[in-house]
Design a protein around this ligand. Structure first.
Ligand SMILES: [Zn+2]
Length: 472
């Protein structure tokens, strides 16, 4: 039998409901492939955010072990300096490293964190974190001209938090067309054992257009200019990804995955406003609405806790010996955080409804805690409310995201679909976990996982004889 090969198609932020049900009747190619696959929910990680989630998926390690708590992570010893994660900063190897070391050839397009692109045995095109105008976006660097020429001008990401919705919609479609043109070219031309493509357009579409296609959105807008943007984009995806899938030989095992789901955004909770009102945080003077906390003149001598915005609130205690102007004794941190959570649980929406507060302590949810983790991860109402980090707002609740127009937030349930010779299952599956994707792919490829990898192959996909760890 020929050496097993695997293709992974990553559709950022796509929910099982959207792909398996709502848009499926309009997606003949993807639907035909799904008919022959096993598919179900892929539970995301803590936190369910793009960069950590893809890193968790392809290393098989949790986000704490990787030191990734968001798109960017706090620089040690600073209050507000943030660092963008890089592939070389990952403390555990993604599967393309393991495969490269065992002599397999890989081709990876766009998986975060992917800039600067790592050296692999094959090709790596960098990701959405690629700075505009960067010349070093592919390894080997000799491929740069070819990537640009074949794609017609490769696009890493679009500016999606914008009122120019028509422009955003066109740019997302153009980005996706160019990415899959390149993917099909590399697929046909290059030798590979693992071929991975990450599409960020789906996530950008959800953020920019969710309120135009979901009547349950609190600010649902049936604007006829945008009512069909989402279904048109999914049909484009069917053409682009479907044409790619039609070129995949039958002896290749294919995974279609997403890193988390999406849902309509209820609004944003001004976490630092709340902390200030409750006496946990102080400013030296009044602040204009929407001021970033780092510009707000925080009085650290009277601040015990501060937070960061995003899909969840990252709470940090101002700890003696850890923060430059820390005032909270290390042994008092836990009780302080309990007090904060107790207060947050009393929050009510402007309509008077309670808000479910879910918290995660890094030391409890991660095998290891690297980098600078939040002291507490706080999720509002099953992620339906964002955290707003800016201050000076007259209210604790914002209808809009404080960092630009945005209609969607993340949800816990991403998707997993798999088919081909390595997969024994068919039809609907129970839920799998994002961490178990890496060992599953290595199992299909017959390559032993690194000894440090703590996750296990998804037995529901592989059948009992393929489950569990495989020997070195
Ligand atoms: Zn994502």
């Amino acid at each position: 039998m020929d050496r097993p090969r695997v293709v992974v198609i990553g559709l950022d932020s796509v929910t099982p409901e959207l792909l398996f049900e709502r848009f499926r009747p309009q997606l003949p190619r993807l639907s035909k492939w799904l008919d022959r696959s096993a598919h179900g929910v892929l539970k995301s990680c803590d936190p369910p955010i793009t960069v950590p989630a893809w890193a968790v998926m392809f290393t098989g390690m949790d986000a704490g072990s990787l030191g990734l708590y968001g798109f960017r992570n706090r620089r040690p010893g600073t209050y507000f300096q943030m660092l963008a994660p890089t592939p070389s900063g990952l403390p555990y190897p993604p599967i393309w490293d393991t495969l490269s070391r065992s002599g397999r050839r890989v081709c990876v397009v766009g998986v975060p964190p992917g800039y600067p692109p790592p050296t692999v045995n094959g090709i790596y095109v960098s990701d959405l974190l690629t700075p505009p105008g960067a010349a070093d976006f592919v390894t080997p660097s000799s491929m740069a001209e070819e990537v640009e020429r074949v794609s017609g001008g490769y696009i890493f990401d679009v500016t999606f938090r914008s009122d120019e919705r028509a422009r955003v919609g066109e740019e997302i479609a153009t980005m996706t067309r160019r990415r899959w043109t390149l993917a099909r070219h590399l697929f046909a031309k290059e030798p590979w054992d693992l071929f991975v493509v990450h599409e960020i357009g789906t996530d950008r579409l959800h953020h920019a257009f969710w309120k135009y296609f979901d009547p349950a959105h609190p600010r649902y807008d049936p604007d006829p200019r945008f009512a069909n943007v989402a279904s048109d984009y999914y049909r484009l995806l069917d053409e682009e990804v479907g044409a790619f899938l039609e070129g995949v030989p039958d002896d290749v095992t294919v995974f279609v995955v997403s890193d988390h789901g999406s849902q309509s955004m209820q609004g944003a909770i001004c976490i630092n406003e709340w902390l200030a009102r409750e006496g946990f945080l102080s400013y030296r003077s009044g602040t204009a609405p929407g001021t970033p906390l780092e510009s707000a003149g925080v009085d650290w001598s009277r601040t015990r806790v501060w937070g960061a915005g995003g899909y969840y609130a990252r709470l940090q205690a101002n700890v003696v010996g850890r923060e430059a102007s820390g005032i909270v004794a290390p042994e008092a941190v836990e009780a302080l955080l309990d007090e904060v959570v107790h207060g947050l649980r009393k929050l009510r929406t402007p309509g008077g409804a309670p808000i479910e507060i879910e918290v995660a302590r890094p030391s409890e949810v991660y095998d290891e805690v690297r980098g600078v983790p939040p002291d507490l991860l706080v999720y509002f109402d099953d992620l339906r409310w964002r955290s707003a980090g800016t201050v000076g707002h007259p209210t604790l609740f914002l209808d809009e995201n404080d960092t630009g127009p945005d209609d969607a937030v993340h949800s816990w349930d991403g998707l997993l679909a798999a088919g081909g010779p390595g997969i024994t299952a068919r039809g609907r599956l129970g839920a799998s976990h994002i961490r178990d994707v890496a060992p599953t792919i290595l199992s299909v490829l017959g390559v032993a996982p690194p000894r440090t990898m703590r996750s296990t192959p998804i037995s529901a996909l592989l059948g009992r004889h393929r489950s569990g760890r495989i020997g070195p």
